[in-house]
Design a protein around this ligand. Structure first.
Ligand code: GTP
Ligand code: MG
Length: 201
């Protein structure tokens, strides 16, 4: 899929105030610093449409971006960020879960995990929660450029093995790098295909 336009629409902490348009929407979620905002920029070919930072906790609101004037990409705050206060964490968790529970426009979530790390409890639990709430998702392994080429498949295999302890099948997954652009076409074509199906249904 070709990206012709990508524009910021609105940021807020209240799912009720998200855009009312009935356009298909795809949300990026995962631990702080995993690369959600960077991946959005990489996908749409814009350096700083979504704000990124080397320090975790950069994205603090629900951010809507409209793509090709016909669908939304949503950048969310990370979960599991240790340095925000407990009360702030609760507020975050609450609006993130309420976003997923209430946003009927959401077609699919992308759960981002850093390909260098072992499967993390918080990600596994979040995917479990998505499953229980029947929210479709794919996994995106990020920062592939940071692993030696030989190590990458081993890490992915380990992750799949862990997932199969909880899931009958490995969910759909992508391997990406926001620095090299790896996975860009795969993710965009996947979204494009779903958008086409929705248009024809
Ligand atoms: P929060 O908004 O804090 O939840 O973080 P985020 O998940 O949006 O992460 P963000 O995109 O801000 O990236 C965090 C850091 O990781 C930044 O320093 C990015 O430059 C770096 N980063 C993100 N993706 C990649 C990648 O694919 N490769 C490399 N090498 N660095 C990356
Ligand atoms: Mg971010």
């Amino acid at each position: 899929m070709k990206i012709n336009s990508a524009e910021f629409v609105i940021s807020n902490s209240d799912v009720a105030k998200c855009p009312k348009d009935k356009l298909p929407e795809y949300a990026f979620i995962g631990r702080s610093n995993v690369g959600k905002s960077s991946l959005i920029n990489m996908l749409v070919g814009r350096k700083s449409l979504a704000k990124t930072s080397g320090r975790p906790g950069k994205t603090q609101l629900i951010n809507h971006f409209i793509i090709n004037k016909s669908w939304f990409l949503v950048d969310l705050p990370g979960y599991g960020y240790a340095r925000v206060s407990k009360s702030a964490k609760k507020v975050f968790q609450k609006f993130i879960t309420s976003y997923f529970a209430k946003r009927t426009q959401l077609v699919s979530a992308f759960v981002l995990v850093d390909c260098r790390h072992e499967p993390q409890k918080i990600d596994l639990e979040f995917m479990q929660w998505l499953g229980e709430n029947q929210i479709p998702f794919s996994i995106i392994f990020t920062k592939a450029d940071k692993l030696p080429k030989t190590k990458l498949p081993i890490q992915i295999e380990e992750y799949i093995k862990k997932m199969l302890e909880f899931w009958e099948e490995m969910p759909n997954y992508f391997i990406t790098s926001s620095s090299s652009g790896l996975g860009k076409d795969d993710v965009l074509n996947y979204i494009g295909e779903i958008n086409d199906q929705l248009k024809n249904s």
